[in-house]
Design a protein around this ligand. Structure first.
Ligand SMILES: C[S@@+](CC[C@H](N)C(=O)[O-])C[C@H]1O[C@@H](n2cnc3c(N)ncnc32)[C@H](O)[C@@H]1O
Length: 233
């Protein structure tokens, strides 16, 4: 098998993480979870919204694919998990195998997340907890959410989403937050830091958005133990 210096996936994957993974990735405290409405954007097939709802927390999830029928989301989710399973083998050295024991363990998390998401989606859609939305334009008023979290989209797919798109998305995520937006990870599929971070930080400053890069208590892709916290000044 080839060894590659990047996770060579050919699409923005419709996959997702679990509540436990999100808690670590975003360093979510009980007070972060319980003190206001949270937006997960883009949420993909993450089960964070479903599991947080079961625990009584208020979470809205949005994604550009949430207008698809649940059957299509299921088949896309399954095929994207299979694609990741194959591709991770070629880039295994870019990852630290401790939270996940091995590739099968990693995939069992992704399947669990997908299944919980799919079980909750039809009811959650009717209740308005899942919303079809395409960045960089979100259908929410300014400051609707206390906390906005965004993982495994911006910076990670920096090889196919351009700098202007990143800027517009970050401004939009901050617009709909009343307190803070958190973004993770800050590096690409090659496990290297996002190349245009200097331009992003200058842009945020110019927009009156305070950006802090802080440690996240999670590292799977090597070096990915940092997140960005954004607040209006
Ligand atoms: C890798 S998933 C991230 C899922 C989740 N945040 C996590 O970390 O498990 C990326 C998601 O971005 C969604 N997406 C792609 N382009 C988008 C856009 N312009 N606006 C909103 N969602 C988008 C895809 O449909 C996919 O579900």
């Amino acid at each position: 098998m080839n060894t590659l210096d990047r996770l060579d996936i050919d699409r923005i994957a419709f996959i997702g993480r679990t509540y436990d993974e999100y808690r670590k990735i975003f360093d979510l405290s009980k007070s972060d979870l319980g003190s206001g409405h949270i937006l997960d954007c883009p949420a993909g097939a993450a089960s964070f919204a479903a599991e947080a709802h079961e625990r009584g927390f208020q979470v809205t999830a949005c994604d550009t694919l949430y207008d698809l029928p649940v059957k299509e989301l299921a088949s896309k989710g399954e095929s994207d998990i299979k694609h990741i399973y194959e591709k991770v083998a070629e880039a295994s050295h870019l990852y630290m195998w401790n939270y996940y024991k091995d590739r099968d363990d990693l995939i069992s998390f992704r399947k669990r997340a997908l299944n919980s998401f799919l079980a909750d989606f039809p009811m959650g859609l009717r209740q308005g907890r899942y919303v079809k939305a395409s960045l960089p334009n979100l259908p929410f008023p300014d400051g609707k959410f206390k906390l906005v979290i965004s993982s495994h989209f911006l910076f990670l797919y920096g090889d196919r989403l351009d700098l202007d798109f990143h800027k517009a998305c970050l401004r939009e995520l901050v617009r709909v937050s009343s307190d803070e937006a958190r973004i993770y990870p800050l590096q690409g599929l090659d496990a290297k830091p996002y190349l245009n971070m200097g331009a992003i930080l200058s842009f945020l400053k110019h927009e009156g958005i305070r950006a802090k890069i802080v440690e996240a208590p999670f590292e799977f892709q090597r070096g990915s133990n940092k997140m960005m916290k954004l607040q209006k000044e």
